[in-house]
Design a protein around this ligand. Sequence first.
Ligand SMILES: [Zn+2]
Length: 193
Amino acid sequence: MIEVIKRQTGAAFRLKKGQKLKVIDPNGEQVSDMVLFNAKDTREKISSGKTLDFEESILISQGDHLWSNRSNQMMEILEDTNGRNDFLLAPCSPETFQIMYNNNEYHPSCFENLYTNLEKFEIQPDEIPTAFNIFMNVQFDTNGKLSVDPPLSKAGDYVLFEAKMDLLVGLTACSAEDSNGGSFKPIHYEIID
Ligand SMILES: [Zn+2]
């Protein structure tokens, strides 16, 4: 069954070892931030540093694993029809919009959508790690200068993950203007046994 994450919102759910998670961009050009916790001990969580180290790449896609802070495999990426994801930048937060956009008004954010949805699993805001940013198109030059460009994903592009341990998953439809080509769209996902 396809589940819908409405624009600028999020979801959190359990994923058992061996189950697959398909994250779909239904309209194109929409980022989805994903964080993972070990369902049996939430002090173990997804780690950007460990993943980039063990996969020897800053571009994580099909065939790669997502690793934990305890150096265990949490997920394997089985398929990736778009092929561009980011694992460098933290989830957008209220401060992102103040610091990067000079916006002091209330603004929805992935950080808020992650911690409010993960509250039911007793995850605290300070425990939210750097997310695996599905479909996010962060480019960098040889000097290390970063730019956040519109996603390259087209309508129907998806990434298929397989859980390597029992997981708690937080997932969003990202709320940052620059990350999503200037408009906010939904994200679809499906849990496959
Ligand atoms: Zn975001």
